[in-house]
Design a protein around this ligand. Sequence first.
Ligand code: ASP
Length: 323
Amino acid sequence: MSEQLTVLGTGGTISTLPGADGAIPRMTADELASSLGVDRIRSKDVFTRSSREIGPAEAWILASAIEDEIRGGATGVIVTHGTDTIEETAYALALLVDARIPIVLTGAMRSPHMPGADGSANLRAAACTASCAEVADYGPVVVLHDEIHLASLVTKTHGVSVAAFTSPAAGPVGRIVENEPLLLLGPPRRKALLSRRAGPAKRVEIVNVCGGDDGLAVESAAQRSDGIVLAGTGAGHVSAAAAAAAQRAVADGIPVVFTSRCADGLTLAGTYGGPGSETELLRAGLVRSRFLNPAKARLRLLFGLSAGLEPDELFPSTEKGAS
Ligand code: ASP
């Protein structure tokens, strides 16, 4: 089968041009694609915006655009995206798109007009990755700074560095070396894909829980949300007052997921006891995110509830391995 890559543009720093007040996303996907000098390449602008304006509704539109490209014969899709929320869109696509071809998201930390701009190197690395059929097994991946990251694990850990991205729990799954992807770790045991899918029809709120939290933030989130994600301390622990508020929410039929606010956050299941511990939260009917960070747990709960899935189907207590 001959190669047919597509670049889908969504905006972000990789597509910025200097404006009166600073860099603004303006370049088209076509301009980005033609800079690659590849013969068979299509391009389409899905959005041209900063990634802080790309949420679940936009991820749903992007998922459809990718499916259109697959139906049109694409052998690999590259999504150019702002880095601020690239990890969220990548994970949303991992939930929504059952792709048998590589889906690669990339962006840039420096605008094209800045010295040492990284966008063109990242785009080229993304194109090499999208040309490698084995990458499809990993689900959507994020390629930045010559590293290939799994959508479920990757996170932005620095505001400005070109080396801003890491996958804290396990590291990148591969690297780009001499214009080829070198896949260092095998694909995940299970894809993050949801068994059923529907557009984002539910509201899920993340509540940051601080030491001594009085539970009011959880209580007010419960009044306006279909689900809550707690960004808890350490291994997902929350204060007794926050735990009590979360327990009331669950009793009222609002699913609550506990996650960790740590940069490399895992949640426990059976180490600590007492108010707000993981054992008490699980006993009260909360579910845990295991290794997913709060933003990704929110997307899983939001798209899963929208598709009519139950919280413990979405966050099973016995599952092993990353997805
Ligand atoms: N503000 C930009 C965005 O996320 C940052 C970037 O692309 O690096 O859209």
